[in-house]
Design a protein around this ligand. Sequence first.
Ligand code: 5GP
Ligand code: MN
Length: 332
Amino acid sequence: MPTLGDKSEIWKFLLDSSSIVLTTHVRPDGDGIASELALYMILHSHGKEVYIVNQDKTPEMYSWLPEAGRIISLSQNQSLDIDSIDLTLLIDCSSQNRIGNVYDLVKNSNHIISLDHHEGNDCFRDYCYIDTTASSIGELLFSIVPDIGRYLNKEIAACLYVSIMTDTGSFAYSNTTGNVLLIASRLIEYGLNPDQIYKMIYNRKRITHFRLLGRTLQLMETDESGKVVWVLLPLSVYSDTGAVEEDTEGILEVIRGLKGLELIILLRQLDSEWMKCSLRSINSIDCSHLARIFNGGGHFKAAGFVIKGNVEVSGRSIVANIMEEAKGRGWL
Ligand code: 5GP
Ligand code: MN
């Protein structure tokens, strides 16, 4: 089902509330953060009391976005101090556990609703609107906010543009539709400089990113057909290179360039307990299906999951299980 729910209901919930918390998933990405900020500014102009609360810190690459300084990150020991919350809106999250420990803070909100574009969203509380055909939440906001043009200014346009740009791989993925390009061109009219925005996001990487990239490329393994590439990254790779979580951004984009590739499996150690797997499909392998087997989720061509364990101990068997499932389905 490409859409679930009625888009006008989301806007009604927002208009009927005075104190609103916006939140997105753990390890937030450009879509989650930039669409939170765009919606923050839109709702603020309506006189709403709005807070953005995320579990994890805003990555450096997005910290220059307008109003990004307002984002409360629980992992940075920041907290939200208000008596009651009328409404919490989950943005870009397919399930309650995706917001991490923000849930404890917002669970007593009068309403909790969700706006999403992932496959397999479990609509767990009061309302959700899901459109899996939307490239990004930024694009979705164009159908959620009635007459969005009356709110647009350079700052809001920049956030919406970043949301769409980051979730379409800079307008390169198959979710780059005519509508996406129409919206992008409309946003640019507010004085945006696409070249500058791209540089601010992707061309300010730390040297540790490149050290991690080098190690990752050396560790690439492929199956006999060359259709599957996997990389297992233990914690030692991070400690040896000085890389941190954020430095992983962009690595999959490099691997994507390999000839004949159908599936990328990047499994990295997050800490002593947890591993994170990112899946990317080039053509017709359903990553969202593969990730859901491990209680994760995502989109057809980009999905992921976190799982307990050690990459060096169980990494290979996870890769084998994923490949077996893909073969069983006739995808490989
Ligand atoms: P990434 O690999 O870049 O972290 O995520 C790719 C896509 O999969 C994103 O749309 C993201 O929301 C989704 N995803 C990644 N990790 C998880 C996870 O642990 N659970 C769920 N439900 N989705 C995930
Ligand atoms: Mn998204």
